[in-house]
Design a protein around this ligand. Structure first.
Ligand SMILES: Cc1cc2nc3c(=O)[nH]c(=O)nc-3n(C[C@H](O)[C@H](O)[C@H](O)COP(=O)(O)OP(=O)(O)OC[C@H]3O[C@@H](n4cnc5c(N)ncnc54)[C@H](O)[C@@H]3O)c2cc1C
Length: 336
């Protein structure tokens, strides 16, 4: 285990923000974690677990120890369709590997940037599928007790872009392995509108896994900027969830406001992108930061933005939404 000092985090966050970590360690084996946390405890260092930094905004340098998860390993049991995957594996590569071996369920989640270990943290989701639909269990290292534990799906408290790992009760847990249940006997999930429209346009009524995967990739590439070319972290805000009464009241002033059902009968989800579009946010900027020209939910590093530029732009946007609609937007991105 090599702990480096004063490390540039630019290559470790998809916004491409130039922040520094006072201490930085990359681990290739889960059994290195005990030594890392003993060291952090001894030196009184706060630890930040980092996958590939595609859901993090560094507003400040990090004064503690950044723990970069670089563990590897995919173990697919072809008789049961269960796959156990190390936290540091690249999510999209896992989707491709499983699909090519004939095990399905992950196709809608293709091209989501990041690592497998971060996927349960915000219960990644896209095009009608969430990780929690397929997850069996996670193995975690409990840094308070310095031991490994297994958490079954129920214990992960998955919700929309939310889980135990975003709460205080999960703050000491480092995810080291994820176990998923995949299937050879596959039913495509095509109900999400952008996806069903793209399939229809391509004349595909019953997609194969490969066709669904290709369509998801095509839709994503047409909508979202590639972080390798234009720094961003995908959707900056979550879609707000409001009561049906509040939504009905809003409709009186904004009759075109769309909504989606949620699992809770009394609540609906409103697309944050619609609210931001109404306010003309696309293309607006602050310092080197800007709102993407085609997608009001995506903040981009247009020209050597600082973390503060992006943060202040996000603040401007959420305060405008609050003033106009009385809705408080919540960031999806973790702000450090
Ligand atoms: C272009 C783009 C498109 C995106 N599209 C989507 C999308 O469609 N759906 C979606 O849900 N997300 C999307 N995202 C967000 C992002 O891809 C996911 O949140 C992803 O899971 C982040 O993975 P990461 O490894 O980069 O995590 P990081 O950004 O490194 O970390 C994210 C959070 O997880 C914690 N964490 C990371 N690894 C671990 C671990 N092993 N144990 C415990 N905690 C850990 C970190 O401390 C942090 O709080 C998108 C991002 C981009 C840039």
């Amino acid at each position: 285990m090599e702990i480096r000092q004063d490390v540039d985090l630019t290559p470790y966050n998809s916004f491409g923000i130039s922040a520094r970590a006072a201490h930085f360690v990359s681990i290739g084996q889960p059994d290195e974690l005990a030594a890392v946390f003993r060291h952090a405890r001894q030196e009184k260092l706060r630890v930040l677990v980092l996958g590939s930094g595609s859901n993090i905004l560094f507003v400040n340098d990090f004064p503690g120890l950044v723990l970069h998860m670089a563990t590897r390993g995919v173990d697919l049991d072809e008789s049961s369709g269960r796959v156990r995957v190390a936290a540091g594996e690249v999510w999209h590569d896992l989707v491709v590997t499983c699909m090519n071996k004939g095990f399905h369920g992950l196709e809608n989640l293709a091209l989501i940037p990041g690592t497998v270990g971060a996927a349960p943290v915000q219960n990644i989701g896209a095009y009608g599928v969430e990780l929690g639909d397929l997850l069996v269990s996670v193995t975690v290292f409990d840094s308070a007790e310095l031991r490994f534990r297994t958490l079954e799906r129920e214990a992960c408290e998955f919700d929309y872009r939310h889980s135990l790992f975003k709460q205080l009760a999960g703050a000491d847990l480092v995810i080291t392995e994820v176990e998923l249940q995949l299937s050879r006997d596959w039913q495509p999930e095509t109900s999400y509108r952008a996806l069903s429209e793209a399939l229809q346009q391509a004349g595909i009524s019953e997609p194969t896994p490969q066709q669904l995967f290709d369509t998801v990739c095509q839709v994503r590439l047409s909508k979202l900027p590639d972080p390798a070319r234009l720094g961003n972290a995908g959707s900056f805000f979550k879609n707000p969830v409001v009561s049906k009464q509040k939504y009905q009241a809003l409709l009186a002033d904004f009759p075109a406001m769309p909504s989606f059902p949620t699992d809770e009968p009394g609540l609906v989800k409103i697309p944050a992108a619609w609210l931001l579009d109404e306010l003309g946010c696309k293309g607006q900027g602050r310092g080197g930061a800007a709102v993407h020209e085609q997608h009001a939910l995506v903040l981009v590093n247009r020209n050597r933005a600082s973390g503060e530029d992006i943060f202040m732009l996000a603040q401007d946007m959420s305060s405008k939404v609050l003033t106009r609609f009385g809705i408080a937007l919540q960031p999806e991105v973790r702000i450090i």
